[in-house]
Design a protein around this ligand. Structure first.
Ligand code: IPE
Ligand code: IPE
Ligand code: MG
Length: 225
């Protein structure tokens, strides 16, 4: 029996470095990164074993970047969600954002809400985009939502999270070996894969080869085999 990569999470890192190494602006790297999102999502939607794809698009810490870069990312996100509507519907892909959306502009929130509503009936892949997402923020919001419920159990807290789904396979592109505040709770027993490939260059072939390795790993969950 091989492992099923039911829930794959990806920390999509390296857009800026990819562009800078080509003498281009960081913005160009983000545009190319959006293209990779489209390609990888479509691959996962057509993969029989993948039910959920969680993609880290904008962290609670990414507001620290220069104002112009943040503004560009917001515009790109809005454009992407608008342009991709047809592909979500044709691919039977349900869009489920996670993160604190209250900090986004009204117009961006509307685009996010619209896409979530219009894809609500899709029952293929769930694509969960992490937007203004930080794992610590998610846990704090969940605990506040549960208060004054006592005692707070693991199950209660889990179900109060934006993403109450364990990750099977977590991938980070861009060469760093850290989680950067992404799905800390959900990654408790995830298999971790790190690749030096920069996100705009990440291909379905590389994803396929990671899934192949993942399938052969012995997952023990603390038990013995
Ligand atoms: C990831 O790429 C995308 C976001 C965090 C929005 P980066 O923008 O972090 O690219 P690098 O790491 O600077 O190359
Ligand atoms: C992680 O990448 C966040 C996203 C991919 C959205 P960062 O580039 O923000 O992470 P650090 O700063 O290198 O940890
Ligand atoms: Mg980065």
């Amino acid at each position: 029996m091989s492992n099923r990569p039911s829930h794959i999470a990806i920390i999509m890192d390296g857009n800026g470095r990819w562009a800078e190494s080509r003498g281009k602006t960081r913005s160009h790297g983000h545009e190319q990164g959006a293209e990779s999102v489209r390609i990888i999502t479509s691959y996962c939607a057509n993969h029989p074993d993948i039910d959920r794809l969680s993609l880290y698009a904008f962290s609670t810490e990414n507001w620290k970047r220069p104002k112009l870069e943040v503004e560009f990312l917001m515009k790109l996100l809005e454009k992407y969600l608008k342009n991709e509507r047809k592909n979500y519907l044709e691919g039977n892909i349900r869009f489920e954002p996670i993160g604190d959306l209250s900090l986004f502009s009204k117009s961006l929130r509307k685009v996010i809400d619209d896409l979530q509503n219009v894809t609500q009936g899709c029952n293929g892949l769930v694509q969960s985009l992490a937007l203004n997402y930080g794992s610590r923020d998610e846990i704090v919001r969940a605990v506040n939502a549960l208060f004054p419920h006592t005692p707070i159990t693991v199950e209660l807290l889990n179900n109060a999270l934006d993403c109450p789904h364990n990750i099977d396979l977590l991938i980070r592109t861009g060469g760093d070996h850290r989680l950067s505040n992404f799905l800390l709770w959900q990654a408790a027993y995830a298999e971790l894969f790190f690749t030096n490939t920069l996100w705009p260059e990440f291909t379905t072939d590389e994803l396929e080869s990671i899934i192949k390795k993942f399938k052969t790993v012995e997952r023990r969950f603390g038990g013995l085999n």
